[in-house]
Design a protein around this ligand. Structure first.
Ligand SMILES: Cc1cc2nc3c(=O)[nH]c(=O)nc-3n(C[C@H](O)[C@H](O)[C@H](O)COP(=O)(O)O)c2cc1C
Length: 172
């Protein structure tokens, strides 16, 4: 799919069928995440991949209105690893770059999923402590985004956006 078609057709999808994601597609999604830029190329993030139904159920139980987590075949949890960025960038690495690294990687994964005919939704509304416990994360990691990936069972109209002339500010 052409890059701009990927951008145009991507939607947040919250209804999935249970079909598994092919291993080669999953690999391509993870490679796309790994190709994302990061501050100083330090890649201050980790990806936790949740396929196991019991682990997915554990994750689902920490979220409200996310029943589909039990159905979707895989959830990728993008976690900031502030220590990696702090070594070079001190507070800016700890407070900003690690989160940005994780979110860019998640964005790459999300767009790659679309390009491969898969669907996803970025989930950010969760209690960090509960998700960390559900994923057995090391204490130093901070879950930033959950990305369930699977085959869509709904079609969604494009959501409206703010007009460009409202968002873009010309500096003179
Ligand atoms: C940082 C961030 C956090 C989000 N958190 C959630 C969430 O917790 N639950 C959810 O259903 N969608 C979540 N979304 C998806 C947005 O609701 C969605 O991107 C937005 O409504 C625009 O729709 P679209 O993605 O179909 O264009 C999140 C998106 C972003 C970028």
């Amino acid at each position: 799919m052409d890059f701009f078609d990927v951008i145009r057709t991507r939607r947040s999808i919250r209804v999935f069928d249970g079909r598994p994601v092919e291993e080669e597609k999953l690999r391509a999604i993870l490679e796309a995440a790994n190709a994302a830029p990061s501050a100083g190329n330090l890649q201050a993030y980790e990806i936790y991949m949740v396929k196991d139904p019991i682990a997915r159920g554990r994750l689902a139980s920490t979220l409200t209105k996310m029943e589909f987590f039990s159905i979707v075949p895989v959830v990728l949890a993008f976690c900031a690893n502030p220590e990696r960025s702090t070594v070079k960038y001190a507070e800016r690495g700890r407070n900003l770059y690690a989160v940005q690294d994780a979110t860019i990687a998640c964005t790459h994964a999300m767009l790659a999923a679309t390009a491969l005919g898969l669907a996803s939704v970025w989930v950010g509304a969760f209690r960090e402590m509960e998700v960390s416990a559900a994923l057995n994360l090391p204490e130093a990691l901070m879950p930033v985004a959950l990305l369930p990936v699977g085959y869509p069972l709904e079609t969604v109209e494009p959501r409206t956006r703010r007009p460009l002339n409202e968002i873009v500010h010309s500096v003179k």
